[in-house]
Each structure stands twice: as structure tokens, then as C-alpha cells.
Design a protein. Sequence first.
Length: 283
Amino acid sequence: MFDTVLLRSFVAVVQEGGFTHAAARLNLTQSAVSAHLRRLEKQIGRDLLVRTTRSVTLTVDGELLLGYARAILALNQDARAQLMREPSAGTIRVGLSEDLANVRLMHVMQAFAVRYPRIAFSIRVGIPGELLQALDHGELDVVMGGRCHDGPTGRVLWREPLVWAGADWASLTPGAPVPIALLPEPCPYREAALAALARARVDYRIVLVSPSSAGLCAAAHAGFAVTPIVHTQLAHGLRAIPPDAGLPALPDVEFTMFAAPGASARVVDELGNAIVLAFAHKG
């Protein structure tokens, strides 16, 4: 495979009639351009130029390569232009876990709506497991949510602790089953919490199943239950229950972005970068 850097120097030398002007055109030193030509000739195993003190002329092999070199460079430029162009009009369907669907992230989505006016963003909020199923079924293009263990390959945006949340005035009753509030299945926080309780052999009762984290936080705020949530969701009146209360430690949450094969790689990458920047200072 030909190195386009070497081919570009070769074509420049031919077009400019020498190494000095070619170097100026490419913003390189004359020695660098000469080195490129030597590498190209070594790679091919043929002399490409006849050099004199006043000029350079093409050999027969140089004439043959020149046509191919120009075609390769043109194709390379066209490919870059096609890949870097703005995506065509359409809709990108985004799935967000509820703990991400906040004002900060909505500002990111609004900025992208302005950045890509020909693309309509359709957002669906739900439980990560359900959103990933929708992605697999072709109903979503991008999914962003938390996970607590290895799973489908995706881009990890950031990590933060998963904690047991309870009312800041309440305490657990010694010897009694721990009242738990959870999201329905399939939910990574639910799975992580139940697995941790089972490993620690802690007796518990599921007293509330809510489809929204608002219901979980309300139950915790009232002292009705404790619930697993990410640390940044601890609102006024809630606290992270300390380890000495008898509840097992929970794993960190990886907030991860998953994309369908047909999604625009450029838009997905830019969206991930913008979200990482927006959430760089969480709190």
C-alpha cells in the first residue's frame, strides 16, 4: 500500500519541477522531501526521477506511477470529504436512562439540535435494560445509561458510586428486614442491589417497585424505604447510608453510550464528547 505522504511529495516535485519549490509548497524542508522520494523509490524498487543540478525528469516508471499517484490522492481527498460531511437529514432516536434525563443533558441535546438543524432528535426515557432491548430491535439509534457490570460493548462516558439512599433523619430498625424500593426489571441498579444483599445475607423486603426514580426517592425521603441510586441523585433530605448501618457496599456505575450500527459515527462521537464535558463537574 502506498503512503499518501510520499505520493504527495512525489507529485509536488514533478509539478514544481524540483525539490526546492516542492518543499516550499508542502511547507517541508528540502531534505524531508528528498527523504520521501528515497523512501518511495525504495518501497517500489525502481528509480522514479532522473536528477540533475538544474532539473528533475521522470523515468519510465516515474511516468507510470505519476498517473496512479494523482488518482490515489484524489480518491483519498474525496473519501475524507465524504466521511467528514454533515450527516443527511433524518431522525436520530436517543434512549436515556431517567437519571440522565436532566436539565444539564437537555442543554446538550438542544445544542446538538442547533448544530445539526437537518436532523431531528427523538428522545425516549426509560430503564437501561429496556432501552438496550429497543436498540437491539432497531427501535433506537443511541442509548445512554448506567450499568454496574460488564455487558454490551459501548463507550464509557464516566463512572460514579452507587449508594444506598435513605432519609437523613431515619435509621434502619435493628433485626428487621430492610425495606427496599427498586425500579422494575430489567434494571442494573436493581440487579446490583439484590446481588449485594444476597452475598451479604442481609434480610430485606421489597416494599415498592416504581417505574421512575422519582417514586424511589419519594419513598426514601419519607423514611418508607431505602433505595439504590447514583450519588449525584442525592437530593435535599436524602443521605448515603453509611457502611456501619449493615448494608453491603454497591459497585460503581458506568454511564455508557451504545450506538446502533447504522448511527452516524460523527454525530455519536461528538455527542459523547459534549456529554462528558457537560458532566465533567457533576454535583
